[in-house]
Ligand binder design. Structure first.
Ligand code: PLP
Length: 697
């Protein structure tokens, strides 16, 4: 990879910085050791009466006693081992609702509007299954994410069950449990408090509060997945979710998850030892450093929840003009793991319902990023996290994506900007310093104005291929944002300068073909009979036949199918589904050995490439060609004689798949994708050094 084409930032320590502890945590070394001991040596069934079984029983009793003390449950309450908080929530909801059968006073089931989905879904499920038909209502929250206590006071007398989390998983907002308890005074309602995010971070004072049920989850605090706890107040109604062998005093049957219990026990000991886990004041100091680094790296950043009301381990923010997805890709490239909203909803691009419930503006709810640390992090980890955050800000400034202080850039060639399937193209020529914009949309104006300002070339035209109102609206908005760079002369309704035959862009020129529904724009070398690229809008390919060559790239105004470009030749091929050629991470070395002339093409965006550790892809030839710039490279690759094998890679395998399919469709016989992307490569192939495991905890 040439240094100029693919400039990278050299980060000090190539290791993962895991800032997603509210989703899950790694397992503490001592918890791992305890789990292994329970699996390999002390593997008894605690129900067995022989010595091996008695040893296991003693282990369970010891862990439970420690948990009772740490959670301050008092001696009479039950504390059950479960598979996690979702099971704890089901058990609590089933128990409460079963007890409410035939209770005519209880009409409502109330839950906080920002609860984890497990709570409202469990309420709906068990309300249906038990045929109770009670009304389920969300308790609204205010702009700071705290429950509306007057709403609660008003409805509590008719409520049968009230569910309020102790701290929110997305924002870290700590609920006012004393205020809630006061609002429940005189109400017969049972009270469930989801304690998942509070474990090890907030004292819940279970013994002294009227909380009936409190579920906890081990994997949010350095124990493995699949182990949790459920607190049940003495005297609270209880119905077992699972009946069977009578384990856990018949409250939760099923042979106990001994390795999980042993690991949880080791975590609880760590909470007790005062050394392994940091106290609240230290964590607050760490979070303040992360917040300061974020504010410096991303000018204009806003925090979505007040820091003084949230757990010292959680930050939730948004940056004007930058989507949550872009920020997540940026951090991931720097090997910083964060999430957008909650992990469960991260796969969908929906705005955070938690932030919506708080009444935050749409851009904040849709652009939210959550950073969360676990209490075992240390100073060195925070130093490294802050350095990476600053590097992310630097990458945005260098690639003209920062809200402020961007570097000038030397634009050249075609860049594609996508917006919900619609394609906008920026054509720039570095030698003549001119550019043309095709099919911009109003939602893209800020981003485009930023890119055009960094580049500083005057626009020859802002064109529409489809005569859509959105394009002329964007043209007007751009004129407000960019007075100096806008075209000066008169233009027609499609943005074409009147009287111009061609628009000259260095060695290339742009011509046009008027169509009934807009115009087709033809880009090619001056004097060449066949255009290299046609921006076809929504024109059917058949209409283009006399004006373009068989191999002219056809770039459309919409690309929902993620085809990047077609050609008449590709359209003539049989319409059967194309199969992409895949290389699995484990086969990479063999692939390079078999294809020593292969080029590994990084199709991630430049702001990701800049941050990334050079992937040590077994010494192969590398090239950087972001997917947004792929149109520039397709023809040179297709025309190479002989064609070199191209192995596209990106972070997850999605973008590289698109690139490999596009090349294959256009007639390249040797295009592959790295399946699963860099994310699935064995760590040793991706990182120059092994990460220091101590920094994970
Ligand atoms: N409640 C909250 C607040 C959570 O954050 C989670 C986990 O995402 C859960 C419940 C569900 O926990 P588990 O994964 O143990 O089922």
């Amino acid at each position: 990879m040439t240094a100029s084409a693919h400039q990278r930032l050299s980060l000090p320590t190539p290791m993962e910085i895991y800032l997603d502890a509210n989703a899950t945590t790694p397992v503490l070394p001592q918890a791992k050791a305890a789990a292994i001991q329970a699996m390999v040596e002390d593997y008894g069934n605690p129900s067995s009466v022989h010595s091996t079984g008695l040893k296991a029983k003693a282990l369970i009793d010891g862990v439970r006693a420690r948990a009772q003390r740490l959670l301050d449950t008092g001696p009479d309450a039950s504390l059950l081992f479960t598979s996690g908080a979702t099971e704890g929530i089901q058990t609590a909801v089933l128990s409460a609702l079963n007890a409410l059968r035939g209770n005519l006073q209880a009409e409502l089931l109330l839950y906080g509007a920002t609860e984890h989905k497990a709570v409202p879904e469990a309420l709906k499920h068990w309300n249906d299954v038990l045929g109770l038909h009670m009304q389920i209502m969300a308790i609204p929250v205010d702009g700071q994410g705290r429950h509306d206590l007057s709403f609660l006071r008003q409805h509590a007398p008719r409520a049968g069950l009230v569910c309020t989390m102790a701290a929110n998983n997305e924002t870290g907002i700590i609920s006012d449990l004393d205020g809630i308890e006061a609002a429940l005074a005189g109400s017969p309602a049972l009270w469930l408090v989801d304690g998942v995010q509070a474990l090890g971070k907030l004292p819940l004072r279970l013994r002294s509060r009227r909380i009936d049920y409190a579920p906890f989850s081990g994997h949010k605090l350095y124990a493995p997945k699949g182990i949790g706890l459920l607190y049940v107040r003495a005297g609270a109604p209880f119905t077992p979710l699972m009946a069977g062998g009578g384990q856990e005093g018949s409250l939760r049957s099923g042979t106990e998850n001994m390795s999980g219990i042993a690991a949880l026990g080791a975590v609880l000991s760590a909470l007790d030892d005062g050394e392994t886990l940091r106290d609240a004041a230290t964590l607050e100091g760490f979070r303040a450093r992360l917040a300061a680094a974020l504010a410096e790296a991303f000018p204009g950043l806003v925090f979505n929840a007040p820091l003084d009301l949230s757990l010292p381990t959680t930050l939730n923010f948004a940056v004007p003009g930058l989507s949550s997805r872009l920020l997540q890709d940026l951090f991931d490239a720097a090997d910083v793991r964060v999430s957008g909203g909650s992990a469960c909803s991260a796969a969908k691009a929906a705005p955070s319902f938690v932030l919506q419930a708080m009444g935050l503006p749409d851009w904040q709810a849709a652009g939210a990023v959550r950073m969360s640390i676990g209490p075992a992090v240390d100073e060195a980890f925070i130093d490294e996290a802050c350095a990476r955050i600053l590097a992310c800000g630097e990458s945005l400034r260098r690639h003209c994506l920062s809200p402020a202080n961007n570097f000038p850039t030397l634009g050249d060639g075609i860049t594609r900007f996508m917006q919900d399937g619609a394609c906008c193209y920026l054509l720039a020529d570095a030698i003549s310093q001119r550019c043309v914009l095709i099919d911009p949309r109003p939602e893209q104006v800020c981003r485009l104005a930023q890119a055009l300002t960094c580049q500083g070339y005057p626009l020859l035209a802002v064109l529409s291929t489809t005569a859509e109102a959105a394009h002329s609206e964007a043209r007007e908005l751009l004129a407000e944002a960019l007075t100096d760079l806008m075209p000066t002369g008169t233009c027609d309704a499609l943005g074409w300068p009147v009287q111009a035959q061609h628009l000259a862009m260095g060695k290339q020129q742009l011509g046009r073909l008027l169509q009934p529904q807009g115009q087709v724009l033809l880009l090619g070398e001056a004097g060449s009979a066949v255009p290299a690229i046609a921006f076809i809008g929504l024109s059917p390919a058949a209409d283009l036949q006399p004006h373009v060559g068989l191999s002219t790239l056809l770039a459309a105004a919409r690309d929902e199918a993620q085809q990047v470009a077609l050609s008449l030749a590709s359209l003539e091929q049989a319409a059967e589904e194309l199969a992409v050629q895949q290389v699995q991470g484990a086969q990479l070395k063999a692939f390079i050995t078999y294809h020593p002339d292969a080029v590994l093409v990084d199709v991630r965006e430049p702001y990701e490439q800049f941050l990334s550790q050079t992937p040590d892809l077994v010494g192969a030839q590398m090239e950087a060609m972001p997917l947004s710039r792929l149109l520039n490279a397709i023809q040179p690759w297709l025309c190479e004689q002989p064609q070199r094998p191209l192995l596209f890679f990106c972070r997850t395998g999605n973008r590289s798949r698109q690139a490999a399919l596009a090349l294959t469709r256009l007639g390249h016989g040797q295009a592959w994708t790295l399946a699963g992307g860099l994310a699935l490569l064995p760590t040793a192939a991706r990182l120059k050094h092994q990460p220091d495991p101590a920094l994970y905890v």
